[in-house]
Ligand binder design. Structure first.
Ligand SMILES: [Fe+2]
Length: 231
């Protein structure tokens, strides 16, 4: 049985803009004196790898860009299956939108590599491999056509989002620190979109899916025991 609900399109994302105020552009961490933090170390120059002479922070930043470039491509591969497996139209639409957004994020990352004069390159991201494997297990272990399947898929998708938010959040701040303004701007655009997607998924779960899932099947098997919930 296919459930049809109202379209996600109306559930516009709340702009999260945590700590952002109304100022456009990347969120900048500021020191106590209100100035932008300086990339210089105590000697006035970024630390370098003793053997290769490569600046350590630059190498780490590039590695993280490769990690998220790989992760975005892996997410793009897995979203069609998640969309197909979803019960409700509202979640199918949300996954469809997420796929288009993910393809945009891949292109944006390629632009960032370009601004740095580097070739776009992925590096296996074990974390996303694990999160995607877990989503596949959820599909196997939940019944097709149920709302419980959708409640579970939303949690799986939000685990993906939270990984992306953590990575992009860190990369924006590193880009600002290294004064890579164009990269910071592009990374921040993606970060805001990831936060919006996360908010949309929460909204779908809270307003529709979880309540319907609650009415599926028989009564719960557990008996609630009263305990003190304070530490
Ligand atoms: Fe993304």
């Amino acid at each position: 049985m296919r459930h049809t609900t109202t379209k996600a399109g109306n559930a516009k994302a709340k702009k999260t803009n945590r700590g952002r105020g109304n100022a456009p552009g990347p969120r900048v961490q500021q020191s106590e004196d209100g100035r932008r933090p300086q990339a210089d170390s105590r000697q006035g120059k970024p630390a370098k790898n003793e053997r290769s002479g490569e600046p350590l922070l630059e190498k780490f930043f590039l590695d993280q860009l490769k990690d998220i470039y790989y992760a975005e491509q892996k997410i793009a591969q897995s979203l069609p299956k998640m969309r197909q497996s979803a019960t409700t139209e509202i979640l199918q639409d949300a996954f469809e939108d997420h796929l288009l957004q993910t393809e945009r994020h891949v292109r944006r990352l390629e632009k960032i590599f370009q601004t740095l004069g580097k070739k776009p390159e992925g590096k296996v991201c074990e974390a996303i491999e694990g999160i995607i494997r877990e989503a596949e297990t959820i599909i196997k272990e939940t019944e097709a056509g149920t709302m419980t399947r959708d409640a579970a898929l939303i949690i799986a998708a939000q685990k993906v989002e939270h990984y992306e938010i953590a990575t992009y959040g860190g990369l924006v701040q590193l880009a600002i620190t290294m004064r890579l303004d164009a990269a910071a701007e592009l990374l921040d655009m993606t970060l805001v979109e990831e936060e919006d997607t996360d908010a949309i998924l929460t909204e779908i779960a809270e307003n529709e899916i979880n309540l319907c899932a609650e009415h599926e099947g028989n009564e719960y098997s557990w008996e609630q025991v009263t305990i003190m919930t304070t530490d």
